[in-house]
Design a protein. Structure first.
Lengths: 112, 111
């Protein structure tokens, strides 16, 4: 099992550019999440999904969009990159119920 | 304000010493998770606690969830350099489907 796979691992964007951070899991987990981690800080929830076709906003959704067309994939879209979006992005998934979250290895994004 | 407060924010201990990290919430916790993060890397799951009074151990790391389910502690016995990293507590606070994180505790272990 690959678990939760995130691509790319690193990316530098110019202000105003757009990109999609990919996240896929092979554990058939219903719940998927996107977090960002700023330097020296904990993780903040951007968006989450409890199943295919269902998404909802977290604490810091502005500037981002998501979609969940399949159980496996949960891409995060940045439309107009801003320096404030420089961060490390983590995708996570889990089964419904009292189970732990599995995290990907992260995408380090720099907006210049 | 932070819904989950971790203390201390950073810690430097000598190898072989014991240490404790605390995670406090103003609300009842549905589930409490401890993760470790090596600098620049992803999160490694350590333990999950759900029941008030629950205690779990793995190797030299023990975590407890207090009876009122609003505070957890992580205790490391006889620390080693391999324990260095950032320890994050995460909790299901409002609902059992969204994990809220504390700000983390940065641990350094000196020789």
């Amino acid at each position: 099992n690959a678990g939760v796979t995130q691509t790319p691992k690193f990316r530098i964007l110019k202000i105003g550019q757009s990109m999609t951070l990919q996240c896929t899991q092979d554990m058939n987990h219903n719940y998927m999440y996107w977090y960002r981690q700023d330097p020296g800080m904990g993780l903040k929830l951007i968006y989450y999904s409890v199943g295919a076709g269902i998404t909802d906003k977290g604490e810091v959704p502005n500037g981002y969009n998501v979609s969940r067309s399949t159980t496996e994939d949960f891409p995060l879209r940045l439309e107009l990159a801003a320096p404030s979006q420089t961060s490390v992005y983590f995708c996570a998934s889990r089964r419904p119920g009292n189970y732990g979250y599995t995290f990907g290895s992260g995408t380090r994004l720099t907006v210049v | 304000s932070q819904e989950l407060e971790q203390s201390p924010q950073s810690l430097i201990v000598q190898e072989g010493k014991n240490l404790t990290i605390n995670c406090t919430s103003s609300k009842t916790l549905y589930g409490l998770y401890w993760y470790k993060q090596k600098y620049g890397e992803g999160l490694i799951f350590l333990m999950m606690l759900q029941k008030g009074g629950e205690e779990k151990s793995h190797e030299k790391i023990t975590a407890k969830l207090d009876e009122k389910k609003q505070q957890s502690s992580l205790h490391i016995t006889a620390s080693q350099p391999s324990h260095a990293g950032i320890y994050l507590c995460g909790a299901d606070i409002r609902t059992a489907s969204k994990l809220t994180f504390g700000t983390g505790t940065r641990l350094q272990v000196t020789l």
